[in-house]
Design a protein around this ligand. Structure first.
Ligand code: SF4
Ligand code: SF4
Length: 194
């Protein structure tokens, strides 16, 4: 099928046609923002409290903007002290998920004290709407979203979070230690920003 291309005829005013007027206007706006912010930063450094906060720039990706401690981001499956997963494949999170993105395959647990465990536990992260209902529904605190990490899909295109990834035993990222470290970093950044 042939595509139809629509072209818009936007009228250009005299100011835009002269060109230099717009260039000077752009430079004026950039400089105004720079000096206003510089003034606010200097005032704060000298102990004054400016009415409006100065704009801050984060050197992303080395420096990340701190998120609220209660913010819900990347999922993880919690572990018992012996390293076994808490999840007993009760299917509550899968049932309650409004995006239908959790997929659990239950199996018989090797631990005689536990009836079932998930042989597979996958989350299709592109479908997730981060509502947190899976966390709320879990009766065993087996799934959390407390990693303060908002990078969901990277260059490696990890779109399906597997059980190993969610447990933090994949990719050398033990969640428990990583989580504590990130939370401490986040606390420090929040204090600095205050
Ligand atoms: S946060 Fe919501 S949408 Fe995402 S997996 Fe949990 S219940 Fe499903
Ligand atoms: S994570 Fe919690 S709610 Fe989901 S299957 Fe495991 S025990 Fe049940």
């Amino acid at each position: 099928m042939q595509k139809t291309i629509t072209t818009l005829d936007i009228p250009i005013g005299v100011k835009e046609q002269i060109y230099w007027i717009e260039v000077i206007r752009g430079l004026w706006i950039t400089n105004r923002h720079f000096w206003v912010n510089m003034g606010r930063h200097c005032a704060k450094a000298l102990g004054f409290q400016p009415k409006e906060r100065a704009a801050a720039t984060y050197q992303y990706p080395e420096e990340r903007r701190p998120v609220h401690p209660r913010w819900r981001g990347r999922h993880r499956l919690t572990l018992k002290q012996n390293g076994a997963m808490r999840c007993t494949a009760c299917m509550l999170c899968e049932t309650v998920c409004p995006s239908d993105c959790i997929s659990i395959t239950p199996g018989e647990s090797p631990d005689p004290a536990v009836e079932k465990f998930p042989e597979r536990f996958d989350i299709d992260i592109l479908r997730c709407c981060f509502c947190g209902m899976c966390v709320e529904a879990c009766p065993l605190d087996a799934i959390r979203m407390d990693l303060q990490d908002w990078t969901q899909v990277g260059y490696t295109r990890d779109i399906i979070y597997t059980k190993e990834f969610l447990m933090g035993i994949d990719k050398n990222r033990p969640w428990e230690e990583w989580c504590v470290k990130r939370l401490r970093e986040g606390d420090a950044q929040l204090k600095d920003a205050a």
